[in-house]
Ligand binder design. Sequence first.
Ligand code: C2E
Ligand code: MG
Ligand code: MG
Ligand code: MG
Length: 284
Amino acid sequence: QAKEQGRNSFHYFTQKLQDRASSRLMLENQLREAIEKQQFALYYQPKLELHSRRVLGMEALIRWHHPTQGLISPADFIPVAEETGLIVPLGQWVLEEACRQTQEWHQQGFTHLRVSVNLSARQFAKADLVEDVRKTLERTKLSTDALELEITESMVVDASSSANEKLVQLRQLGVEISIDDFGTGYSNLQYLKRFPLTSLKIDRGFVRDLMVDREDAAIIKAIILMARGLGLNVIAEGVETQEQLDFLLEHRCPMGQGFLFSPPLPADKFIEWIDSTELDFDTL
Ligand code: C2E
Ligand code: MG
Ligand code: MG
Ligand code: MG
């Protein structure tokens, strides 16, 4: 009987693996098709200067309008896009569209808006990344200092002088470089002084439990102080409550982003939101 059970669970196991492999393959095929049929959209989430509540820019976040499954979150397809290399054309589209849209908003008078674009590991590793960025900025005519690229710790820590060289060249273009999900990667901090970064984004995980977890609060305070000492900007991700905002203000965190202010919005809703909040300021 034990043998029978063993065989069954083995069968179950391989079946599950096959299911997973085939659903992955399905997702991969659907992604290819989605790229051709342009089923993607960018949503924009405001990034605010906390003490003034002024919107200084926005993060572009990709969404997939699946024909039958509705809106699919990037967490569910970015990893597959990354493994298959589809992230390269997809990432180029994101960069191009974010720059195009931001330039359009600049022309409509929202000239202070800066856009942040997430880069995947594979995109960052591409030998001609800097050329791609330079050409995209040229094509879209977006001013180079209006673009910020978000990378993660693992991309710079694994890598070497070639990563550093790329960042130096991007900085020479005028593009800013931010470390996303800061505090969740390697603990090697040497890259903070070696690499020409401009900003750290405190991971949402630290902000979430800030009011109940003293360790999280201590880490956030330390990151803010360290960044200030290094001359880097800091932005807290995932600010959801007034209490979190009060803590961040008290500890002089310069910037924040989160549902307390606004979720990521489609382009037209985003600019409506900006318009109405800026009006609020004028009438204050
Ligand atoms: P991320 O770059 O750290 O983006 C922040 C994520 O936090 C977004 O999730 C955003 O919707 C979410 N968020 C913002 N404020 C709050 C809040 O107050 N509470 C909570 N619970 N969540 C909040 P999203 O849009 O689902 O994106 C997830 C991740 O997918 C991103 O994390 C990023 O790593 C990746 N991603 C998104 N768009 C792109 C893209 O165009 N290219 C690449 N390579 N990756 C992308
Ligand atoms: Mg990001
Ligand atoms: Mg993040
Ligand atoms: Mg993330």
